[in-house]
Design a binder for this molecule. Structure first.
Ligand code: UT7
Length: 332
């Protein structure tokens, strides 16, 4: 059996909730202002799940759109990887909920990957390896989040930052000799920083009880300042490593998609790399921080708008809870 030398992204798609939560809406909920939120974060509005909607529903929509964009059918998908830290349930896993939402009859396996905001790029590395070793042919890698379901809407430090949504990429083999595809991936972690972003009572270490519920330990907690410092440092480290592995410099990168956490973190990355602003993709003002969904959402948008053209080289770079970090270079 001839193994593919390179995998690539065959198609991308998004699943975007319709409900919008604006800064003006938040001004009515907590002691904050549109001015504070936009100047400190760059966020003007975010999408949120409406009552009855689920994370997997939008993950499935993103897969349907990505499959269409790739010119494939759902029957071609032989593995589903759901990158999320806000699954519908801890069990069953989120990928099986996507499987169910898609109504897949086939036996394609489905598993979750929790790399928090770096999850989608972690997922790309796993999918790239599995395609190049011939284990699977067409893998749906989904970044999907329902973060607002786990946010305390009385805590102004966190509730203004996040949004919900999903984006998916279909990863498959590139034709032999093609210079397109996933040129490099790099993933890293620093577990010493595990307590900087947490959902404390969401697992088995501190199971939810009345006292923890009262203390809102089921909601997201974050040390924003420390995460900010880590992000600014690690984005450079991760991109440098991914570019080295692809034998490239920043001048070779046509478009850079940083994790859409905060406009000031993206500005710091622009300064660090000396990359012209018009080569940095930014949609944080409309979506807020959607964690694992942020990069595939941005990818989906620039493919749909035609900004990302065949032959362009894209840099993806992320950081998140864990702490995790990751980068990838992809030629379109
Ligand atoms: O995907 C990865 C996850 N997280 C991140 O990427 C987050 C990284 N961190 C950040 O983006 C920033 O640290 C924040 C946007 C979270 C906060 O910005 P900051 O410039 O670091 O503000 P701060 O935490 O230093 O707070 C400054 C002030 C504080 O008041 P005092 O103590 O100076 O009186 C806060 O209480 O701003 C206050 N504050 C707010 N004021 C109005 C915090 N949140 C708000 C708010 N509205 N929503």
């Amino acid at each position: 059996m001839n193994l593919p030398t390179r995998s690539g992204i065959l198609g991308v798609g998004t699943g975007i909730p319709e409900t919008i939560l604006s800064n003006a809406d938040l001004e009515k909920m907590v002691e904050t202002s549109d001015e504070w939120i936009t100047s400190r974060t760059g966020v003007r509005e975010r999408r949120i799940l409406a009552e009855g909607e689920t994370n997997a529903q939008f993950g499935a929509e993103a897969v349907r759109n990505a499959v269409k964009n790739a010119g494939l059918t759902l029957d071609d998908i032989d593995l589903i990887i759901s990158c999320t830290f806000t699954p519908d349930y801890t069990a069953p896993n989120a990928a099986c909920m996507v499987h169910s939402n898609l109504g897949l009859k086939q036996q394609a396996p489905a598993f979750d990957l929790n790399g928090a905001c770096s999850g989608f790029v972690y997922g790309l590395q796993v999918a790239d390896s599995l395609v190049r070793t011939g284990v699977y042919r067409n893998i749906a890698v989904i970044g999907m989040e329902a973060i607002t379901r786990g946010v305390d809407f009385t805590d102004r430090n966190t509730c203004v930052l996040f949004g919900d949504g999903a984006g998916a990429a279909i990863v498959g083999a590139m034709p032999e000799g093609s210079n397109r595809g996933i040129l490099s991936t790099f993933c890293g972690a620093d577990g010493q920083g595990h307590d900087l972003i947490t959902l404390p009572a969401s697992g088995s270490a501190e199971p939810i009880n009345e006292e923890r519920l009262r203390d809102k330990m089921h909601c997201l907690r974050m040390n924003g300042r420390e995460v900010f410092k880590f992000a600014v440092r690690i984005l450079g480290t991760a991109m440098d490593e991914a570019m080295k592995r692809a034998d490239m410099t920043i001048d070779d990168i046509d478009l850079l998609i940083p994790h859409q956490a905060n406009i000031r973190i993206m500005d710091a990355a622009v300064d660090r790399f000396g990359i012209p602003r018009d080569r940095v993709v930014c949609n944080v003002e409309r979506f807020g921080n959607t964690s694992a969904a942020s990069i595939p959402l941005a990818l989906g948008e620039i493919v749909e708008s035609g900004r990302l053209k065949e032959g362009m080289t894209v840099g993806l770079v992320a950081f998140g809870a864990g702490l995790t970090y990751a980068a990838s270079i992809v030629r379109w």
